[in-house]
Design a binder for this molecule. Structure first.
Ligand code: ADP
Ligand code: MG
Length: 347
């Protein structure tokens, strides 16, 4: 396992305020009627469920917000902010507030995870075919050449102005859905909803409790049998975000399996002992960034995060089929798999 140390500063915890995560309101009165909406966006089947008399309007507004975010964050649409940045040939590009918030947080999370999260991996992801589904194992020389341009520290952002070196390109795929979840929740609240749950692929985000005051039950998939649930946790007002090696992968002619989360150190699929990482916390953007980063960093990096920042809870699955979860969710965690599960012991 690769050891990665995490540096946390007090300043970083304060950043939550500007990261797009909404402040929660108290639930006063709740209507039991629920409405649900399916949306396909960001390459993901999304389902939203909202309770109360304003559920319908809130869902419509949330759907608009999702499509608006997809429009600016997409790496493949030639009208998006990210497309403009990636095709800027070194010139300065003005981006929307949403894009600026995510890029700034991605850089901070890159620092915090010692480079495990690196939004400039995009050219390498393209070479593997993870962006198109036209998969191939890259030629080593080609990979080394592309890796020389990978470094999130090359992303220069001042206010809403972004500048990248000519051969560097970014992709916010590791964080975009977490931010979208935060924005859906914010839109729900603004439209009078205080009880809602959304599922955006492997991401679940909950607003408030269920209308009867009980907690939401959220299942996490078994990475070894992705159609089966592995465990259930009970939460309210939280994001539960999973990165797994089963989400997107291909099998090469020699039988080797390659997946879509890459280690910025060598440009190969991250293989540091973990096959699934679930991060539970208040902010979807942060949880999404960390789920990808900790997948790369491995068990020791994940443990280090818990030791330095008690605001997150984790569920890890190792490649030798063991589940490790953080102490803080011990009472709300139910293992329904045949795998052994134990609490992550901190030093
Ligand atoms: P998913 O999108 O499957 O829910 P993640 O949130 O873990 O999963 O994001 C994975 C995506 O992030 C990849 O598809 C790729 O676009 C991008 N990516 C892969 N490796 C990294 C990395 N080390 N740092 C930043 N982004 C990455
Ligand atoms: Mg992620």
């Amino acid at each position: 396992m690769v050891k990665k140390m995490f540096v946390l500063t007090a300043a970083l915890s304060g950043i939550l305020l500007i990261s797009g995560c909404s402040q929660k309101k108290t639930v006063s009165e709740v209507d039991m009627t629920s409405k649900s909406r399916d949306v396909f966006a960001m390459d993901t089947f999304m389902n939203m469920k909202a309770y109360g008399s304003s559920a319908d309007i809130a869902l419509s507004e949330a759907e608009k917000r999702i499509l608006q975010l997809e429009e600016v964050l997409s790496v493949t649409r030639d009208t998006s902010d990210i497309w403009a940045v990636d095709h800027s040939e070194g010139s300065e590009i003005e981006v929307s507030d949403d894009t600026a918030i995510i890029i700034k947080r991605a850089i901070e999370m890159g620092d915090r995870t010692h480079g495990s999260l690196d939004i400039t991996l995009y050219p390498v992801l393209k070479e593997w075919g993870f962006t198109t589904g036209d998969y191939k194992v890259p030629d080593d020389k080609k990979l080394q050449g592309l890796l020389r341009e990978v470094d999130y520290k090359k992303v220069n952002i001042q206010g809403n102005t972004v500048k990248l070196p000519k051969s560097t390109e970014i992709d916010l795929g590791a964080l975009a859905k977490g931010y979208t979840g935060d924005e859906i929740m914010r839109t729900m609240e603004e439209n009078g909803v205080s009880s809602a749950i959304v599922s955006l692929g492997g991401n679940v985000q909950a607003l408030g409790t269920k209308p009867d005051g009980s907690k939401w039950k959220v299942s996490v998939r078994d990475p070894f049998a992705p159609d089966t649930d592995m465990c259930i946790i009970e939460i309210n007002d939280k994001a539960v975000i999973t990165s797994g090696n089963y989400e997107r992968y291909f099998t090469a002619d020699d039988g080797t399996v390659y997946w879509h989360i890459l280690d910025p150190e060598d440009g190969y699929p991250a293989d540091n002992g973990l096959v699934s990482v679930t991060v539970i916390g208040d902010c979807g953007l942060d949880c999404d960034a960390l789920s990808t980063a900790l997948f790369v960093a491995g068990y020791d990096g994940a443990k280090e995060l818990l030791e330095t920042d008690p605001s997150f809870e984790l569920i890890l699955v190792t490649d030798d089929r063991k589940i490790y979860y953080s102490e803080g969710i011990a009472d709300s965690f139910t293992n329904i798999s045949g795998m052994e599960a134990e609490v992550i012991s901190l030093d």
